[in-house]
Design a protein around this ligand. Sequence first.
Ligand SMILES: Cc1ncc(COP(=O)(O)O)c(C=O)c1O
Length: 314
Amino acid sequence: MAAAEVGDDVYAEDPTTNTLEERVAELFGHEAALFTPTGSLGNVLAVRSLVQPGQEVLCESRAHIARAELGAHGAFLGVTMRTWIHERGQIDLPMIQRLFAPDMGPFFVPTAAISVENTHNFAGGAVLPIEDLVALKSYAESVGAQVHLDGARIWNAHVATGTSLKEYGAIADVMSVCLSKGLGAPIGSLLVGSRDTVAEARVWRKRFGGGMRQTGMLAAAGLHALEHHVDRLADDHAHAHILADACGVDPDLVDTNIVVVERDDAAAVVRQAAEAGVRIATVGPTTVRMVTHLGVDREQTERAAGIVSGILGA
Ligand SMILES: Cc1ncc(COP(=O)(O)O)c(C=O)c1O
C-alpha cells in the first residue's frame, strides 16, 4: 500500500485505482467499474442508476439495502422498496412476478428494478444458485426490468460453488462488490456496470461526498486481496463448519463463512461471548451471527467454537 503509485481519483487520475477498476470490470465481464469507500455507497449508486425517484425496487425482506443502509435509498434517492420474504434469502420468482408492477397507472408506485444479494448476509451467508439468478434475469429482461446484484460477498459464492465471476456478472445490469469483507482489504468496494452507468455514478459519488483523492493505497490493498485472498475463502468456509458443528447448527444451512443461531437470549449470548473473548453479533432480536475471516485461523476457530458452544449449551 505504501508503495502504491497514486494520483487524484476524483479526476480519474489515480493509476492504481484505475487498474483495480479495470481488473474488477473485466472479472465480471462488464465495461467499467468505480471504486467507492463503502459497499453501502456502491449499492446506493447502483440502485440510483436503475430506479428513478418515486419508483420502487423489489428485494428480499432482509436484504442489506432494505435493512442495513439506514434508509439511504429513501432518504437520498426517493426510492421505495417492496420485499418478498424467504427464510434463506432466496429468489422467489413466482412472488416477484406477483409484486412486479411497472405501470398500473397514476395510482401505484412503478417497479423499475429487482435487487438480489449473493451471498445473503442476514440469511446466514446463503448462496443464490446460478440457475435461479439466470431465471430471474431472463424474467427481468422479458418484462423490461433491471437487475441489481449486491455482491458484497460474491467471492464467497464463487468459491463455494465454482460458478465463475463472469456468470454472476452476466445476470446483473449493475452490481456492487466489496473488497473489505472476506477479502480482507481495509477499505473499498466497487460498482460494476456499463461505461455510461459508471460515468454517471462517478458524478453521483462526488455529489454524495464519496469522491476521494489518492485512493491508490487503498486500491493496492484491493489488488493484493484479489490476487491472494479469493481462493483462501475456502478456509473460512471450512472454519464456519467447525463453528456450526460445535453449535448444533445444521451444516446444510452453512453455505459460506456465516453461521446463524436463533436464540431468544441473543443479546446475552453475544455479551457472554465477548466477555470470554469471542466477538460475535446480533443481526436481529433473536439472531446471533458468527463470521469467519482471514484474521481467524483454524486453531482460533476451534477455541471460539468451544467457548460459544459452552454458552449456547450445545
Ligand atoms: C450484503 C452487504 N451489502 C453491502 C454491505 C455494505 O458494506 P459497507 O459496510 O462497506 O457499507 C454489507 C455490509 O456488511 C453487506 O453485508
